[in-house]
Design a protein around this ligand. Structure first.
Ligand code: NCD
Length: 322
């Protein structure tokens, strides 16, 4: 049984709550002048990113360091992957150096799941293809809870390139566990109907105004051109139909917040006025990324150490140990 964090789908509501609760205790630390703890002192976290990243990679690295761990960050372009080494061989090579966890991002949906079943080291999924991005959904939930008393009863509109968004998928799994009313909105070609089967509270619409109507949270998504062979709409057309403008905000609840996982493309998914206005929490999401990733790393490394301790105890008890 893998001890890392692969997706939100397989977490229980209680596990999500436990991570958020722990992350909340790390939030004040981010504002102190001295930010370092020694919870993971002596541990080594490897960050292995096969896809571009600014926020996720940096915040995993900062989170590990704030817990006192050592880190090594590797990108595919600077590794032996560019010399033709397979994913399994790369991971086995890194595992042979005995890190305590591997954080990985990969373009193939399912890649971290496959590896987690072959390696004894915990793997934390930092985004796999169009599938899941669990720490993003956790930091999004933490950010929503910084502004709203509870997740239950909220109406959350997720707007944009839903089809290619691991952020949308992980958020749907998380929010559905709390009975949130979720509206997914985008052009028909970017709105997979099967997502409405995840929970009864998920509805789909192609109309941005309908999605925003009465929303407590508006979550905008980037158009993932790197995953689209034949984009259905030109940039201007996309913005015309699915770009968030300040006048749209009149349709939402007066205290609605605007979120975006980043990187944002101003003038494509949202206007600058919306990105920078006071109800935009885009940078709060980034800030919460560190607290959430501290909670996740502490949890997965702690669980792995505990599992190893129990295993060695069991061997000793059976008389096989020295
Ligand atoms: C997201 C991702 O990589 O899935 N970014 C992120 O992690 N903050 C969303 C995106 O790239 O559009």
């Amino acid at each position: 049984m893998p001890t890392g964090l692969l997706g939100i789908e397989e977490l229980s509501r209680g596990e999500v709550e436990a991570i958020l609760h722990r992350a909340r205790t790390f939030q004040p630390l981010q504002h102190q002048s001295y930010k370092k703890l020694d919870t993971l002192r002596g541990r080594m976290i490897v960050n292995l990113f096969f896809e571009a990243s600014t926020r996720t990679r940096t915040s995993f690295e900062i989170a590990a360091k704030r817990l006192g761990a050592d880190t090594v960050s590797i990108t595919a372009s600077g590794s032996s992957v560019s010399k033709g080494e397979s994913l399994v061989d790369t991971l086995n090579t890194l595992a042979a150096m005995r890190p305590d966890a591997i954080v990985m991002r990969h373009a193939a949906s399912g890649a971290p799941y496959f590896l987690a079943h072959h390696l004894a080291i915990p793997i934390v999924n930092a985004g796999d293809g169009t599938h899941e991005h669990p720490t993003q959904a956790l930091l999004d939930a933490l950010t929503i809870l910084d502004h709203k008393p509870a997740l239950e009863g909220l109406r959350v509109a997720i707007i944009g390139d839903i089809a290619h968004s691991r952020v949308a998928r992980s958020n749907v799994h998380l929010l559905a566990k709390f009975g949130v009313d979720i509206v997914l909105c985008g052009p028909a070609t970017l709105l997979p109907p099967e997502l409405s089967a995840i929970a009864t509270g998920v509805t789909l619409t192609n109309d941005i105004r309908e999605a925003i109507e009465g929303a407590d949270v508006i979550m905008m998504l980037r158009v993932q051109l790197e995953r689209q062979h034949d984009p259905p709409l030109q940039a201007g057309e996309y913005f015309h139909f699915y770009g968030l403008r300040l006048d749209h905000m009149a349709l939402a609840k007066p205290d609605a917040i605007v979120m975006h996982p980043g990187p944002i493309n101003r003038g494509r998914e949202l206007t600058s006025e919306v990105a920078d206005f006071q109800q935009s929490v885009i940078l709060n999401q980034v800030e919460n990324g560190v607290a959430v990733r501290m909670a996740v790393l502490e949890r997965v490394v702690g669980a792995h150490v505990e599992a190893a301790r129990q295993k060695s105890g069991a061997v000793r008890e059976s008389g096989l140990g020295i």
